[in-house]
Design a protein around this ligand. Structure first.
Ligand SMILES: Nc1ncnc2c1ncn2[C@@H]1O[C@H](COP(=O)(O)OP(=O)(O)OP(=O)(O)O)[C@@H](O)[C@H]1O
Length: 270
């Protein structure tokens, strides 16, 4: 929307302030003598796709697991959609966790259930949705994830890696989440499958207004899908910004990662 100046010339309105829907402050994660995070701060803004990068073992998965309640941090605070998840009551945690979906690295589907049953599971267990509606909603999510109708009756072992990821995504979308957490969504996919998955994430973000928190090593994905990148190193988030911002960061790991030949190829393809 544009406002008219008294003189008639159009003036752009200032951008709306960004709303942080995940706020991590002073996060510490220690396993025995190993300190993985030490005073980590991070904000994730509503509607953005944030890519989390960092060397192997830098604590990307531990960060994601801490936010979704699968890892109890040693210290710090985490707010998701305004809820202090480390100090909330059980009903508060249950309510807020319905508002996010998680796609784990290996999709983590129940192997003894069909795709349809996998996607129905949260609708049945969390929302107690009655069978006919549950089946219809599951079919909708499966199609939103780009799977054909005949995938509904298949077991995970009958699907390709890319289809398993899509089924995992369909399950993550089951409860109409505000936030989706993706752990290495394109790992193990061939380049065409990875591109298609990138495109799907972009489309879903656009159509559903999702906020996406994505752990990834995939430079093409960072370039194609992410609005912002957060770099984990030295037990903290050492830089956040766009791909262009990353090129200016002086840390040696960031320089090597974003200036290397693979990064140049990803930029050139974009
Ligand atoms: N439950 C746990 N108990 C002990 N150590 C753990 C636990 N979870 C994670 N770690 C350790 O924390 C460190 C960070 O692990 P994490 O899986 O978050 O790394 P990452 O950045 O996701 O790595 P990668 O890119 O290789 O997947 C690793 O050294 C790992 O061994």
């Amino acid at each position: 929307m544009r406002a008219e100046r008294p003189g008639g010339a159009a003036r752009a309105e200032p951008p709306a302030p960004r709303e942080a829907i995940i706020e991590v402050r002073g996060l510490v994660n220690r396993f025995g003598s190993q300190v993985v995070h030490n005073g980590l701060d991070l904000d994730v803004y509503r509607g953005e796709v944030l890519g989390i990068v960092g060397g192997s073992g830098s604590g990307k998965s531990v960060l994601m697991r801490s936010i979704v309640g699968l890892n109890r941090p040693t210290a710090g605070s985490i707010k998701v959609l305004g809820v202090d998840v480390l100090n909330a009551t059980e009903p508060e945690i249950e309510a807020v966790s319905r508002r996010w979906g998680v796609l784990f690295q290996h999709a983590a589907l129940f192997s003894s259930l069909t795709v349809q049953q996998n996607v129905e599971a949260p609708l049945r267990e969390v929302m107690h949705v009655v069978a006919p509606l549950r089946k219809a909603l599951a079919r909708l999510k499966i199609s939103m994830a780009g799977l054909p109708p005949d995938a509904c009756g298949k077991y995970p072992s009958e699907l390709s890696g890319g289809m398993q990821k899509r089924a995992g995504l369909a399950r993550a979308l089951a409860l109409d989440p505000a936030i989706v957490f993706l752990d290495e969504p394109t790992a193990g996919l061939d380049p065409i499958g990875a591109d298609a998955f990138d495109q799907l994430i972009r489309e879903l973000r656009g159509s559903l207004g999702l906020t996406v928190f994505m752990v990834t090593h995939d430079l093409d994905t960072l370039h194609a899908v992410c609005d912002r990148i957060a770099v984990l190193a030295h037990r903290k988030v050492i830089a956040t910004g766009t791909m262009a911002d990353m090129l200016k960061v002086r840390d040696p790991w960031v320089q090597e990662y974003f200036h290397g030949p693979r990064a140049r190829a990803a930029m050139a393809d974009g």
